[in-house]
Design a protein around this ligand. Structure first.
Ligand code: SF4
Ligand code: SF4
Length: 431
């Protein structure tokens, strides 16, 4: 992506202070997927912080090569988990990406396409219709399995190849839906359905509702939900991210609930961290305190035990925005451990990104694919029947990795795994 050469300061004073917290120890280097792959210090967290610091003090210009090193960052935040000094790398990257936005001569077309689509369910529904037709007529197969793939513009090729089978209907509706608790009522929760997740993974939302109602919760699914703004924050459009998060939190604030359940790690992190926006308002901040990842919520209640054996060997791959942004790692594993017959196998580097990272798989497809290939090597060697994750972007990316490597196992959201086990109970299956 090209940039105009001009000197500028993209950091405010708070961010400059945060930059000073780096003590250059290098503990973060082995945690960084880009540094792990290419060994380039400028593509490591410490190197990027050095570049940001030089940029913030005017020692370096926004040259094309500097921006490349920053763009190549997945913002997976694995470096935050590894850092003993508490450097808030994700926030710093948001600030620098926002600062760089006006200097970019052009944006990646896939990014513009995605960001424009996700803010409107009408637009998304229209796209899904076209996409279904594209898949039903076999055109999608032809452009992914034959020489016709070269006719797809290079910028859209990875998006085309990773496109999952598009379901007929999204889960969310314009009208608010209420699903009543089965068994003794224990509380009321609301479900965040989001944008892409709602259209591509409605079955995960359905499974989530079944699990929650089976466990005694009324589930409210507010109508007119939209995107949380995570994709926009990722690319530096902070104003839009702030507005979208605020709109969602205002909407959920209208309902009396104990918790707001999110089953997409990226959206959960975005909504929980709403307080990072300078213009955050009190009402939305209050609502944000109720946001819980599905696994976090299920681990906090006395989960009705699934009784039937699944007899599966699985690996769990941590979504970065669950592990590194929300600090959630034991909860999903605890839920998995309660499912009879399921053996959780060890997966090396399960704490490293799969290369999806929001829009990264579209804008930085070469590095994204290299990271995915490394992940698939580990997964293949583990000998599992299924990969479990908890984020739609990871599901799409991992499923692409499975197809691309001719492997034969499922990629499931953790809600689908738990639902599979519960469904072996005829009373649950009747829900
Ligand atoms: S956010 Fe991820 S890719 Fe970026 S520097 Fe940190 S560990 Fe590396
Ligand atoms: S671990 Fe933290 S303090 Fe050490 S080099 Fe990385 S960012 Fe800096």
């Amino acid at each position: 992506m090209s940039v105009q050469k001009e000197k500028q300061t993209v950091f405010d004073s708070k961010s400059k202070d945060l930059l000073q917290e780096c003590i250059h120890c290098g503990f973060c280097l082995p945690a960084c997927p880009t540094y792990t792959l290419n060994g380039n210090e400028a593509d490591s967290p410490r190197g990027r912080l050095y570049l940001m610091d030089a940029l913030s003090h005017g020692r370096l210009d926004t040259s094309e090569s500097l921006v490349r090193h920053l763009d190549l960052c997945l913002v997976c935040r694995a470096c935050e988990t590894a850092c003993p000094s508490g450097v808030e790398f994700g926030s710093l990257m948001e600030v620098v990406k926002e600062g760089l936005l006006p200097t970019r001569e052009k944006r990646h077309p896939a990014l513009t396409f995605l960001e424009t689509s996700v803010t409107s369910h009408e637009r998304l529904s229209g796209l899904m219709k076209v996409g279904r037709l594209y898949q039903k007529t076999g055109l999608h197969w032809l452009t992914t399995h034959t020489f016709l793939r070269h006719l797809v513009p290079a910028a859209m090729r990875s998006g085309n190849e990773s496109l999952p089978t598009i379901p007929k209907k999204r889960f969310g509706k314009d009208k608010t839906q209420l699903f009543s608790a089965r068994n003794e009522k224990r509380g009321t929760v609301a479900l965040f359905t989001g944008c892409v997740m709602d259209h591509l993974f409605p079955h995960v939302h359905e499974a989530t509702v079944r699990i929650l109602t089976w466990n005694g919760f009324d589930v409210i699914v507010p109508g007119k939900q939209s995107c949380c703004g995570a994709l926009h924050a990722h690319s530096g459009d902070i104003a839009t991210a702030d507005r979208l998060s605020n709109e969602q939190l205002q909407l959920f604030g209208e309902f009396e609930t104990d918790s707001i359940i999110v089953n997409s790690a990226g959206c959960g992190a975005q909504l929980k961290e709403y307080d990072r926006f300078a213009s955050a308002d009190d009402e939305a901040l209050e609502t944000a305190t109720k946001v819980r990842d599905l696994t976090e919520f299920l681990a906090s209640i006395e989960l009705r035990p699934p009784e039937a054996n699944l007899e599966m060997q699985i690996v769990y791959d941590d979504p970065c925005h669950l592990l590194h942004a929300q600090g959630i790692s034991t909860e999903p594993r605890e839920i998995i451990s309660r499912i009879p017959g399921v053996t959780l196998l060890s997966l090396p580097e399960s704490d490293q990104c799969c290369g999806s990272a929001g829009s990264y798989s579209l804008t930085e497809s070469k590095m994204s694919k290299a990271i995915l290939d490394r992940k698939m090597e580990h997964i293949s060697a583990a000998g599992a029947d299924a990969i479990i994750t908890a984020n739609p972007g990871c599901q799409i990316q991992l499923a692409w990795g499975v197809r691309g490597n001719g492997l034969n196992f499922e990629v499931l959201h953790i809600a689908e795994l738990l639902d599979k086990s519960y469904r072996l109970n005829p009373d649950y299956a009747a829900l």
